[in-house]
Design a protein around this ligand. Structure first.
Ligand code: ADP
Length: 468
C-alpha cells in the first residue's frame, strides 16, 4: 500500500511532543512491513532543512482567500530516515523556526493543507490512504470529499489519528473564504458550536478515526474539550491503537547521547554511570534516589502542581531525595520551578527549555519518572522510561493506564488515581520504600526493560485498518 502521512511534526525534522515521535517512527515501521509510507510536512526553518540535501519536486501557486502564495515541495534525497520525506515550503507561512505559536497559525496550516492537495491532485497515480494527524491536517478529509478542485481525490480513504483532542484549531466563519470552493450544502461538516473546527470536521468527514490508546478512546466520550457528543456519535468508526516507540532511536544499548550505554544485563552499572554524570552536571547527590519530570509544563500534564509536589517531597525526605526537571511551557510554572533551585541546592535542579539529548540522559540516569497527567492520550515518556530501566510513577489515565501496572498488582510501576499533590506525595513515599529494597529494584528494572513496546505490532494494526 502507499500511505501518505500528513503532519505538522516529525522527528528528527521538527518535534514539539509525542506527535513528532510517532510520525517519525510509524512510517518507518510500515515500510519495514513492505508498504510505501511517506511523510509530508511543512518546511520550517530547521537545522534539518538547512543541513540536508533535497530536490525540488513541485512548484506551484496556492490561494488563501484573496491571498496568493507560492508552494515549493522538496524531497529529502537519501531516504536515510527510513521513509520518503516531503517538505512543503510556503514563503511567508512555513519559513519560520517554530512549529506552533504564531498569531497566523490558522493561515499557516491551511496554506499547508491546500498546497499539499493542489500537488496531490496532479499526481497520475493515487495513494491508497491519506493519514492525517491532529487538527493541523484536519481539513483535508473535508476538502478531498467536498472541494470541486480535489474531486479526483475523493475516493482515497482518509484516516484521522487524534494525538490530543484538547487542541482543535477552531477559527471563525469569517475565514470561510480561505477554503477552495465547495458545495455549500456541506458547510455543516466544518462546524462545531458556531465555529469552523478542523478537528471536529475531520472526525465527521474521515473514513476512520484512531486514538493513540484504547483507554483514551473511552475517555473522550466524556472528556474531550467540548467534542464529547461528537465522539460518542462517531464511535462506530473509531478504534484505539496504542502508540509504539522507535526502538532504534530509544535504545540504551546503542544510544550515542548517553554517558554509558547499557543492556538488561548491565543495567545497574549503566544507570549508575549515567546518574553520576547527570548529578555532576546538575549538582545533585548520586547516592540518593533521583526523581524526574520531563515534558511540556501545561495543566494537562499536571505541571501546575509540580512546585508544590516537589517542595513537599524535598521537605518530607530532606536530604534523602533528588529531583531534576526538564521542561518548558507555562511561564508561571517555569518561574516557580526555577526558583525552587535556591531553596534546595544539592537536591533539586531544573532545566527550563527543550533539550532532546538531555531527555535521553535523564531517562537513562533517573530512578523514577513522574507523570501526574490530567489528560494523557498515550504518553511516550513512560515507555521510554521502561526501556531505560526508570520506574514510572503515573496517574491511571489514558495511555498511562494501558501501559503501566502497579507493583502492588504484580507490576512494575507506581500508579495513583488522582492528579493531586497528596496522591503524588504518597506515590513518592512508596517509591522511596521501593528504592531501599535493592533486590526488588533490580528485578523490576530488568523486567521493565524486557517489555516490548516497539512499533512492529501497532504498524500492522494501522495497515489492517487501512483495508477499508
Ligand atoms: P505530549 O505529546 O503530550 O507532549 P508525549 O509523552 O506523547 O507527550 O511525548 C512527549 C515527547 O516530547 C517525549 O519524546 C519527551 O521526551 C519529549 N519532550 C517533552 N518535553 C521535552 C523537553 N523539554 N526536552 C526534551 N524532550 C522533551
Amino acid at each position: 500500500m502507499e500511505i501518505i502521512h500528513l503532519s505538522a511534526e516529525c522527528y528528527p525534522i521538527a518535534k514539539v511532543g509525542g506527535l513528532g515521535d510517532v510520525v517519525g517512527a510509524l512510517p518507518k515501521y510500515q515500510n519495514k512491513l513492505g508498504h510505501v509510507a511517506k511523510v509530508v510536512m511543512p518546511a520550517y526553518e530547521t537545522k534539518f532543512f538547512r543541513e540536508n540535501e533535497f530536490e525540488s519536486v513541485y512548484d506551484g501557486w496556492g490561494k488563501l482567500g484573496f491571498q496568493h502564495f507560492s508552494v515549493r515541495i522538496f524531497r529529502e534525497k537519501t531516504n536515510k530516515l527510513g521513509f520518503d520525506l516531503y517538505l512543503v515550503h510556503i514563503a511567508g507561512f512555513t519559513d519560520r523556526p517554530n512549529v506552533y505559536g504564531y498569531a497566523d497559525d490558522t493561515e499557516r496550516f491551511l496554506a499547508f493543507q491546500i498546497g499539499v492537495l493542489d500537488w496531490m491532485a496532479q499526481w497520475e497515480h493515487k495513494p491508497d490512504v491519506i493519514h492525517c494527524h491532529d487538527h493541523h491536517t484536519g481539513l483535508v478529509p473535508f476538502m478531498t470529499a467536498h472541494c470541486n478542485k480535489y474531486r479526483h481525490l475523493n475516493q482515497i480513504p482518509t484516516i484521522l489519528t487524534i494525538h490530543n483532542a484538547q487542541y482543535q484549531g477552531q477559527f471563525g466563519w469569517d475565514k470561510l473564504n480561505y477554503l477552495p470552493p465547495f458545495d455549500l450544502w456541506k458547510a455543516g461538516q466544518l462546524d462545531w458550536k458556531g465555529a469552523i473546527n478542523p478537528l471536529a470536521s475531520a472526525i465527521k468527514c474521515c473514513w476512520r478515526i484512531t486514538t493513540v490508546s484504547p483507554s483514551y478512546l473511552e475517555e473522550i466520550s466524556y472528556r474531550a474539550n467540548g467534542l464529547e457528543a461528537l465522539f460518542a456519535r462517531e464511535r462506530g468508526k473509531s478504534v484505539g491503537i496504542l502508540n509504539g516507540i522507535d526502538n532504534e532511536v530509544w535504545n540504551p544499548t546503542a544510544d550515542a547521547m548517553l554517558e554509558k550505554q547499557f543492556a538488561v544485563r548491565t543495567v545497574d552499572n549503566g544507570k549508575k554511570a549515567n546518574k553520576q554524570a547527570l548529578c555532576d552536571v546538575f549538582n545533585l547527590d548520586a547516592s540518593k534516589p533521583l526523581f524526574t519530570f520531563i515534558g511540556r509544563l501545561v495543566d494537562e500534564k499536571g505541571a501546575d502542581l509540580l512546585p508544590e509536589i516537589f517542595n513537599n517531597a524535598l521537605w518530607q525526605h530532606k536530604g534523602e531525595i533528588n529531583i531534576l526537571v526538564l521542561g518548558s511551557g507555562d511561564p508561571q510554572v517555569e518561574g516557580r520551578l526555577f526558583q525552587l533551585k535556591d531553596a534546595f541546592p544539592g537536591n533539586y535542579n531544573a532545566y527550563i527549555g527543550y533539550n532532546e539529548q538531555l531527555s535521553h540522559q535523564i531517562y537513562a540516569g533517573a530512578d523514577f519518572l513522574l507523570m501526574p497527567s490530567r489528560v494523557e492520550p498515550c504518553g511516550l515518556n513512560q515507555m521510554y522510561a521502561l526501556r531505560y530501566g526508570t520506574i514510572p510513577i503515573v496517574r491511571r489515565i489514558g495511555g498511562l493506564k494501558d501501559t503501566v501496572v502497579d507493583i502492588g498488582d504484580g507490576g512494575f510501576g507506581i500508579c495513583h488515581d488522582q492528579t493531586s499533590a497528596w496522591d503524588v506525595g504518597h506515590a513518592i513515599g512508596r517509591a522511596m520504600e521501593l528504592y531501599n529494597d535493592k533486590k526488588k529494584m533490580k528485578e523490576i528494572r530488568k523486567f521493565m526493560m524486557n517489555i516490548d513496546h516497539s512499533w512492529d505490532k501497532a504498524a500492522q494494526e494501522y495497515i489492517n485498518l487501512y483495508q477499508i
